[in-house]
Write a protein that binds this ligand. Structure first.
Ligand SMILES: [Zn+2]
Length: 976
């Protein structure tokens, strides 16, 4: 593997060599195959069902044991402890949401599932053992807070800058432009000037700034030429203008005249290399990210890059718009719900909504009355209830703040102090969520109220009041409504209520007043309500006025025979909380195309990220790599070589709707936002976090529809394959990208787990029958190129992607039917890799300990790997060196026989004949003996004549032999 193991190292001090493939994991490859990349397999969904994948939920009544994610419950990442691969397959077969992290050890397998408390209970019901909680909603909240703090700091710095000033040209206290840096350096004898400058209007104006150079000390501005610098905007906040350009002479000073006429002047400095770097080596600019970015911000960034480097890059709008970050507004005609009442004369007197915990007893039907009292534990944040309470008046209702410790710890501390109930005050804005957890010995109810309500109550003590449970309702008495208009187009303005007329023999009626729909329930002669849910549904849908506004349905396929209860006024909502800066329209998906020749004449390389919405780090890898390519082109020879010879496509967010939903609504969102559930299924607002197609299961090769494992037909499964292959616009876009004739390499950027994988990515059960394995030649190339890419990753901070996490997806992770890597490889013949970046979906952006998970460090190291992939592609295109090969002959334990192996000088396929015939491409292909075991051992009779030749990954044939000709310059040997 000579030619693929040299690593291009720009940072010798950080270089760590010696990555070695590990031993076999003991999983047996089932077949060796030729180039059968476009196998058509009969659809066999039945096999899927037989393998334990749940059928689509048709008439689910929300019963226990269902793996359905209910809105209002938060999701956590929980370990699932498995004794072996069969149990892993069974777990995958449940359709549960697994993250990309599977650890294998002698004790067994630890997978990680993203589950709500009810989903966790359902897994335990199915006999799975759960381990530690490794991530919870609090983690995501902290990430959002960190991001907002960073953005606020940038805004503050901008404001400070507007007040400050610098230079002799325009007085310091009024100048609106400041030069931050002006650095001169040379590379291969060519001089370059890099400039960073800040302009006070940079946030609101997208104008470039023009830098005028002098041509040496005492010369005029402009005599050395000019260069433009563009805005650097991160996460929507302008930071400064920047840019580098080649210069004929070293300028002494530069001048920038801002668009308002203010003038900044600066003296040019010599660029100083960092310690340990070769001062004769030109700088290689890195590190262009400062915080997590939403899809809107990612697209803004690549547009800015394309604007700044028009000769090197352009934006391509992919042909399919997504369905958009938008939903219909919804409501349920449910009776009065859980209430916390506060009595007068407290300033907080009134009624508030609470969410009941999933653990401990429920609030009794008669309610629980008492005084409200702070649960003071006297330590740190004294009201978090994480330590035993101090001076708590027994018999009271304890008020404790969310945070720092588990909900169950707070409840147990309150209970020990004699509280009759625990009320947890949320620590983030918005509706309260159901506290989850599991602890024996809890005897008092636990509820959560919103931050706003709780803050009011805490500041209005003393107060007394009560907790009252909601009036229960059976699902067959429930009615749901959806607005016909999208939420943002009027649906959110609608409201509905159902009233008991309080008089006998009243007819069921529906009236509309403006945006308000009033249902008056029917009664009998005794004045009792008689309207069923089905009748209410039909009355709404039959009302000419109401049916212009909404569509009504019974709950999850119920026949609706229950008597519908009165319902307080319900405001319909789409429950979308992103700011207006996030478009609610169908979303164009963008890629940035980078290269000097963007006409299809150069080899295509594709990187794409965020198929899975909650994976926030991979898009940063994409952006960092794009910036490195563009900002180093002018002065870095290797970068220039890449851009001059490759056609690079980088799509930072394939699934922008899901991405926005993950940032603003539900951090654990994996899929797109599209509801495919039927009106008879999980269609109502409680299901809104359970909808969407897993974009990485909706592709065309070895999919669920072909009978492969690791995807679900259930619209609520987090591995829902969609209604059909390529049903989703996100998937059609990737298919369009992959279909470009010059596309040759790709990288699918996911998180987490620090994996590096390729096809096959799916197998069939039973028997774990995989999609066809790559040929030995191809797999050799995958392994050889991987060694280079993983070494580049390691150069950043020494992090190793382990051999156990390198290899075909279905070997090192689990089956993932219909994934994109398999489509690119089998359908289009693209060398398709998959990164699983980092250790968490949403690690802290920064961590002071460089060995800890951090989005910043992970993006930097995997950007190294992505740029190295570009170099692999370049070398692949430019590899004209023919492989060489030889025979290795060893004694056999069988008399009269010898063992034969082929040894090749680089990743190459070997075709051979043992009967003296001339070898051709139709001859036997020398195969790997199994996963990771290298070439197979052939046992042949002593005296056998072996004829063979080899072909490398770039198609170079050994000795320029013509397999389809008549020449005899193949290799030949008689063994014995
Ligand atoms: Zn993923």
């Amino acid at each position: 593997m000579r030619h693929v193991l040299h690593v291009v190292s720009r940072r010798p001090t950080a270089r760590i060599a010696g990555w070695v493939a590990g031993p076999t994991e003991g999983v047996v490859g089932m077949s060796r195959t030729l180039r059968a990349r476009t196998l058509a397999l009969a659809a066999a969904v039945a096999a899927m069902l037989a393998a334990g994948i749940p059928a689509a939920s048709g008439s689910d009544e929300g019963g226990s044991g269902e793996l359905i994610r209910t809105a209002g419950q938060e999701a956590s990442v929980v370990e699932v402890l498995l004794p072996g691969v069969d149990e892993l397959d069974r777990l995958v077969g449940t359709g549960v949401d697994l993250d990309h992290n599977v650890s294998r050890s002698a004790e067994g397998i630890v997978a990680r599932a993203v589950v709500t408390p009810s989903e966790a209970a359902a897994l335990e019901t199915r006999g799975f053992e759960l381990g530690d909680v490794v991530w919870s909603q609090d983690t995501a909240d902290a990430r959002i807070a960190e991001r907002e703090e960073t953005i606020a700091e940038h805004v503050e710095a901008n404001e400070a800058f507007e007040a400050a000033a610098y230079d002799e040209a325009t007085p310091a206290d009024v100048s609106d432009v400041k030069i931050i840096r002006a650095d001169y350096f040379t590379s291969f004898g060519q001089g370059f000037l890099s400039v960073e400058a800040k302009w006070a209007q940079g946030q609101t104006s997208n104008q470039q700034l023009t830098v005028e150079r002098d041509s040496g000390p005492g010369t005029a501005f402009g005599s050395g030429g000019t260069q433009n610098i563009g805005r650097f905007v991160d996460a929507g906040v302008y930071l400064y203008h920047r840019g580098a350009d080649d210069v004929a002479t070293r300028p002494d000073r530069i001048r920038i005249v801002s668009p308002t006429g203010d003038i900044a002047i600066a003296t040019v400095e010599d660029w100083l290399p960092l310690p340990g770097e070769d001062p004769s080596e030109s700088p290689y600019f890195t590190d262009f990210i400062t915080s997590y970015m939403t899809p809107t911000e990612l697209y803004d960034r690549i547009h800015q890059l394309a604007d700044e480097f028009p000769s090197l890059a352009e934006i391509v709008e992919l042909p399919y718009e997504t369905n958009g970050y938008r939903r219909k507004a919804q409501a349920l005609l449910d009776p009065v719900g859980n209430r916390l009442q506060v009595d007068s004369p407290s300033a907080a007197a009134g009624e508030y909504v609470y969410a009941a915990a999933s653990f401990g007893p429920a609030v009794p039907a008669a309610g629980l009355s008492g005084s409200f009292a702070l649960g003071d534990d006297g330590v740190d944040a004294p009201n978090d209830g994480c330590e035993p309470l101090v001076g708590f008046p027994a018999g009271s209702i304890a008020l404790v703040d969310r945070g720092t410790c588990n909900f169950t710890v707070k409840t147990l501390n309150a209970q020990a102090a004699g509280a009759i109930a625990a009320v947890i005050v949320n620590n983030v804005p918005g509706a309260p969520t159901s506290p989850g957890g599991n602890a024996p010995g809890i005897t008092i109810p636990t509820v959560m109220i919103s931050l706003a309500d709780g803050t009011l109550l805490k500041t209005s003590l003393p107060a007394s009041g009560r907790l009252l449970p909601g009036i229960p309702i059976s699902n067959n008495a429930r009615v749901g409504v959806d607005s016909l208009a999208w939420g943002h187009e009027g649906g959110n303005d609608l409201s509905i209520e159902a009233v008991d007329p309080g008089a006998p023999n009243s007819p069921l009626s529906v009236t509309v007043n403006g945006n308000h729909i009033m249902v008056s329930l029917g009664t009998n002669a005794a004045g009792a309500r008689t309207s069923t849910a089905a009748q209410v549904r039909d009355a709404i849908n039959a009302s000419p006025a109401a049916s212009q506004l909404v569509f009504a349905y019974t709950y999850r396929g119920s026949s609706g025979t229950g008597i519908a209860p009165p319902s307080p006024r319900r405001n319909l909502s789409d429950f979308l909380s992103a700011p207006d800066t996030v478009s609610r329209e169908p979303q164009p998906v963008y890629a940035i195309r980078i290269g000097k020749h963007r006409d299809g004449s150069r080899m295509g390389v594709l990187a794409y990220a965020q198929e899975h919405a909650r994976e926030w780090v991979p898009p940063l890898v994409a952006i960092e790599a794009a910036e490195r390519l563009l900002r180093n082109y002018a002065h870095d020879g290797q970068t220039k070589q890449l851009l001059n010879n490759l056609d690079i496509w980088i799509a930072p967010s394939i699934n922008p709707d899901g991405g926005h939903y993950s940032f603003y609504d539900f951090a654990s969102q994996r899929r797109n936002m599209t509801r495919h559930c039927a009106v008879t299924g999980v269609y109502d607002l409680n299901g809104r976090n359970a909808w969407g197609v897993d974009n990485n299961r909706n592709y065309t090769e070895f999919s669920l529809f072909d009978g492969y494992d690791g995807a679900s037909t259930s619209c609520t499964s987090d591995v829902f394959a969609g209604p059909s292959e390529l049903s989703e616009p996100e998937n059609k876009n990737l298919d369009w990208l992959a279909a470009r004739p010059n596309m040759t390499f790709s990288m699918n950027l996911h998180s987490s787990g620090n994996y590096f994988m390729w096809s096959p990515g799916a197998y069939r059960l039973p028997g774990r029958i995989p999609a066809p394995r790559p040929t030995l030649e191809e797999e050799s190339f995958f392994w050889g190129a991987s060694a280079r890419i993983l070494t580049a990753i390691k150069e950043h901070r020494g992090m190793s992607v382990t051999p156990a996490r390198t290899g075909p997806i279905s070997d090192v992770l689990y089956s993932a039917a219909g994934n994109s890597g398999d489509m690119l490889w089998y359908k289009y013949g693209i060398y398709a890799w998959n990164f699983e970046v980092g250790q968490q979906f949403q690690p802290p952006f920064e961590d002071p300990d460089i060995t800890e998970p951090s989005a910043h460090q992970e993006a930097m190291e995997f950007a190294n790997g992505l740029v190295e992939l570009m170099r692999v592609a370049y070398d692949f295109e430019n590899d004209h060196q023919r492989p060489t090969s030889s025979l290795k002959v060893t004694p056999s334990s069988t008399g009269g026989m010898v063992n034969v192996e082929f040894v090749v000088s680089e990743p190459a396929a070997v075709f051979y004949e043992l009967d003296g015939d001339r070898p051709t491409l139709g001859s036997t292909l020398y195969a790997s003996a199994g996963i990771r075991e290298g070439g197979e051992l052939l046992t042949v009779p002593t005296g056998t004549t072996v004829n063979w030749f080899s072909v490398d990954s770039a198609g170079n044939v050994e000795k320029n032999y013509k397999p389809d000709g008549s020449g005899t310059n193949f290799n030949t040997a008689t063994v014995g």
